[in-house]
Design a protein around this ligand. Structure first.
Ligand code: LLP
Length: 441
């Protein structure tokens, strides 16, 4: 492999290489063979990248703050096979719905390491969490505080909780995924005094055991400064609550949002960069404020699954508007990845069966859905493309599949994991029959 190929593959999973047929290979599997076997669109997850990223978060954060628990944010993508991998890797889980909780439960995921988030958990979801014995419920608002206290009381149990705070810090990310600022729908704002009132109420609730505080600023957050500022604000608040109400911060959950590069020119902190900055701030303040060192919880989602996932499509129609634009149309689109249309997310692409060929043209990779906004990549620089070629888009592991839809009654893609030359189907392709299976006439 030469240097320019190595650079090109940098966004792909850690096992990516090009074989002497000029085909992209991931996890020891030739992509052309994989697509022949499973069809397209196909999402693949490289098992060793998944495991590696989980371990890297644990190693890097524990290096500076040994009592760190890494809980994978399931919303980035969870199915039963992935839940099993994360269970084997001894990670915890952040779940945000009864559905995610049920997936975890179905593989006997240790539920004491599950943190249940959400701004409007239903009574049914809270009952399920209490019945299953979820480790922590992260209480988001006054309604939930009262409801959970009542439901736990009906069971004569005491539920361990954290409170989600809104620190009032701008993470400089897309407005749809900004949660740390005061107008957010999530959490108890610090600035309005509601966070203090929540601590007071939680400490006096007879069926709740307040163990700590949580914040999540947004996603992705490509700078460390917003985290540092929020850590400082929340730790000062914790000390204040200690003085006023005798509150002890034994768990401090600083959320997720760790960024990954989607394009070759993107620059984001490394996992070690986040770890050293955030734990440095935390450890420094803990000593300065005379607090005892809390357990640190982090909730990476995208940074664990993003790079591990690759979307594979087959090229069909190619439309050239002379002097204006060339469209390369693929057999998926916003139905399996709405991120470009929703957030203006940018991706790179590679012709997986022509991985050694020079990139000769700039094209627009369009999907097959009936919307002009169904564009996956603008200005992709590709080898000359023909119908039947395979387009691989890297860094598709996070938030594509979980936000997918059946728009235009398009079935959702199949998903495989690849590892050491073997591919395993972990979700079969939807069929037309599946699309109709819930309809009644
Ligand atoms: N913890 C909480 C409380 C969260 O709300 C989230 C993400 C995370 C952790 C994980 O964030 P991550 O490490 O994956 O960045 N659909 C958007 C992202 C929405 C994120 C929602 N919350 C996207 O496609 O970019």
């Amino acid at each position: 492999m030469n240097t320019s190929q190595a650079t090109e593959l940098a966004l792909f999973p850690l096992t990516a290489e090009v074989n002497n047929r000029g085909h992209l290979v991931i996890g020891g599997c030739d992509i052309v063979d994989l697509v022949k076997e499973f069809g397209t669109p196909l999402y693949l997850f490289d098992e060793s990248t998944l495991r590696h990223k989980g371990r890297e978060f644990k190693d890097e954060f524990c290096k500076y703050h040994p009592d760190t628990l890494v809980i994978y944010a399931s919303k980035a993508f969870l199915n039963r096979a992935l839940a099993l991998i994360f269970k084997e890797e001894d990670l915890g889980l952040d779940v945000v719905s009864g559905g995610e909780l049920s997936i975890a439960h179905s593989v006997d995921f240790p539920l004491d390491k599950v943190y249940f988030h959400g701004n409007n958990k239903t009574p049914e979801e809270l009952n399920l969490a209490l019945d299953l014995g979820v480790g922590r419920i992260v209480v988001d608002n006054f309604y939930e505080l009262e409801l959970l206290n009542r439901l736990a009381g009906e069971r004569r149990t005491s539920q361990n909780i954290l409170l989600r705070l809104t620190p009032g810090v701008d993470p400089h990310t897309h407005q749809y995924t900004t949660t740390g600022t005061i107008e957010s729908k999530f959490g108890f704002p610090l600035a309005t005094g509601q966070a203090e009132e929540a601590v007071n109420q939680a400490l006096s609730a007879s069926n709740l055991n307040l163990l700590g505080l949580h914040f999540h600023l947004g996603s992705p957050v490509s700078e460390v400064q917003p985290y540092e500022l929020a850590i400082e604000l929340v730790l000062r608040f914790a000390r204040e609550m200690g003085r006023k109400f005798g509150f002890n911060l034994s768990e401090f959950d600083i959320g997720g949002g760790f960024a990954v590069p989607y394009t070759l020119d993107a620059r984001v902190p490394t996992i070690d960069g986040y770890a050293s900055a955030l734990t440095g701030k935390l450890n420094g303040l803990v000593s300065e404020l005379g607090l005892s060192r809390p357990r640190l919880i982090i909730e990476p989602g995208r940074a664990i699954v993003g790079q591990a996932g690759v979307a594979l499509y087959k090229v069909g129609a190619i439309k050239e508007i002379p002097g204006i634009k060339k469209y390369v149309c693929v057999d998926g689109g916003i139905s399996d990845n709405i991120r470009p249309a929703l957030y203006g997310a940018k991706y790179e692409a590679l012709v997986a069966n022509k991985a050694l060929e020079a990139k000769r043209e700039a094209v627009t990779i369009a999907g097959k859905l009936c919307e002009s906004g169904d564009i996956l990549v603008r200005d992709a620089s590709l080898a000359v493309v023909q119908p039947g070629d395979i387009i691989a888009i890297p860094v598709c592991g996070a938030y594509s599949i979980p936000m997918s839809s059946n728009y235009n009654a398009v079935p959702r893609p199949a998903i495989v994991t690849v590892n050491e030359g073997r591919a395993r189907l972990i979700r079969r392709r939807e069929t037309y029959q599946d699309l109709m299976s819930l309809d009644l006439i």
